[in-house]
Design a binder for this molecule. Sequence first.
Ligand SMILES: Nc1ncnc2c1ncn2[C@@H]1O[C@H](COP(=O)(O)OP(=O)(O)OP(=O)(O)O)[C@@H](O)[C@H]1O
Length: 607
Amino acid sequence: MGERVDLWSEIIESEEEGGDRFTDIPVVEAVYQRRNKLEKPSVAADLVWSTKGARTHSINGPKRDSWARSLSTRGRESIAVGAYVNNQPQKKPARRKKPAIPKGKVVKAPDFQKEKEYFHEVDAFELLEESPSPKTKNSSTWTMGEQVVPEMPHLATRLEKWLISKKLNRPCGPSSTLSKILENSNLTTRLEPIYDDDAFDSLDVKTPENSSASSASIFKLIQSCDDSLAAEDVPDIKIKTEEIDLEDELKRLSLTSELASTHLDYKKSFLDLLSACGQRQPSNFMEAFSKFCEPESIVKIGEGTYGEAFRAGSSVCKIVPIDGDFRVNGEIQKRADELLEEVILSWTLNQLRECETEAKNLCPTFIKTQDIKVCQGPYDPILVKAWEEWDAKHGSENDHPDFPEKQCYVMFVLEHGGKDLESFVLLNFDEARSLLVQVTAGLAVAEAAFEFEHRDLHWGNILLSRNNSSTLPFIIEGKEVFIKTFGLQISIIDFTLSRINTGEKILFLDLTSDPYLFKGPKGDKQSETYRKMKAVTKDYWEGSFARTNVLWLIYLVDLLLTKKSFERSSKDERELRSLKKRMEKYKSTKEAVSDPFFSDMLMDQIA
Ligand SMILES: Nc1ncnc2c1ncn2[C@@H]1O[C@H](COP(=O)(O)OP(=O)(O)OP(=O)(O)O)[C@@H](O)[C@H]1O
């Protein structure tokens, strides 16, 4: 076994000496939001959000009510409000969900007085529940985030998103549409339809069929990557970043982009998404699946509010319907531009797995994205069958997948990460420690690399699997450590709420758009964690507040103490409780990982 060294303390120390935490990260000039602020509410949305149980539309009739899908209640019914008896048999887990922020949802002007009272109440509750010492807890308990982000201009143009994917030099083409705009002086060029001819007809837009010139133009970038492209997919090709001042180009063009009609804008985002997935046009499901498995072997393995997860060979394909004008599972469908951002985020996090010799930050903690494809069409009968079999066995909370011909989806092809923490049975304290150290170190690495904050690390978003390896390699800011795993490997999924600094842009979700996220039940640890994040960020969601990661660690420790059964002694429990207490002081997971709790799990060489 390797000698134990306190590398993490060294890192913290050197940082303190060296000053600014993220001096290596280039200054970020701008922020864009991953979701638009909510606009004028629609009546339908109003009904859903103001009336419990009144889902306004469902193909097959409501399977469960809309309220049950709102963050305040959904999937949280099994979370204890007060004391919880340890070592209870673990219940069949209820689905845990991500908060929904449907477009057009009613957002009333905030009533700050009411909100203040509410938070006082919650604060008081928490003090009562958790703090025996009124001296150490006061109303400022929640206001401990670091605020390191400079003043940033607001911007949210599709051009910027394109710019990001271009600058990220992702293994895919940048937006063909935007490329075309940038490459042609005629900025009023119309868009070519790709996936819905009818809609485009009504917009009087030239199609590839009726305009060979525009067709050539729109595919120019993709074609230039590889002349021998297959009919459909563009292989992984790095597009060279041009020697132009993209920011200047962006400014110059932003006015023009504003002239685009809503419809055109909508289509552009779809084109951007296709490009980011290396496609010219959507695939059909079975084409996409057949790369990973025999279609007959497809099995549904899980579901979320937005996604259905199917096992395809050794991969998992998560299918998210997009851009449709009807609700799915009670939620308004996500839009192409939102998915584009998740695509960029997923590829960015993949970089942390790249085992290059010079890698400064490395960890295997974030689920590996193997591919992402845009698909179109109704669910294939094989998928429907797999869905129905799962439903018969587990009782799906989602709507039966009856989709129209033109329905589009994004299919994330992910490494199989195992079972989520909610349903995974931890055997003993070592496994619990392994879980904690991997999450902490993984977040610390991503914090260092990308100022990453997950912001939604509930127990449904941590997957666990067992293997034979006893250590895993991590590198944080150039320092290599091996983490003792006790045969357990964890993978973090679901980056919808996450914030990341790609080095060029900051991607984040403006959670002020979703007041419901912060109105979960008092005493519910997950709901409280959102509220604590709100207090730390002061609703400045674009800012960097590594403390939010620590809040989720505290939530995890709480969960282990109150919700998970595993073999443990009272000494083990004491250790967890003191870890939780010490975590109250940490401002980042990079600080947290130097906690003595983890020291015997961090080694400077393989055991
Ligand atoms: N890579 C993976 N490996 C194994 N299972 C997975 C993987 N990705 C997703 N799943 C399963 O699918 C479920 C749904 O996935 P996910 O949470 O990403 O969907 P979602 O629609 O974003 O969820 P929600 O919005 O409700 O939080 C997960 O709880 C998990 O059981």
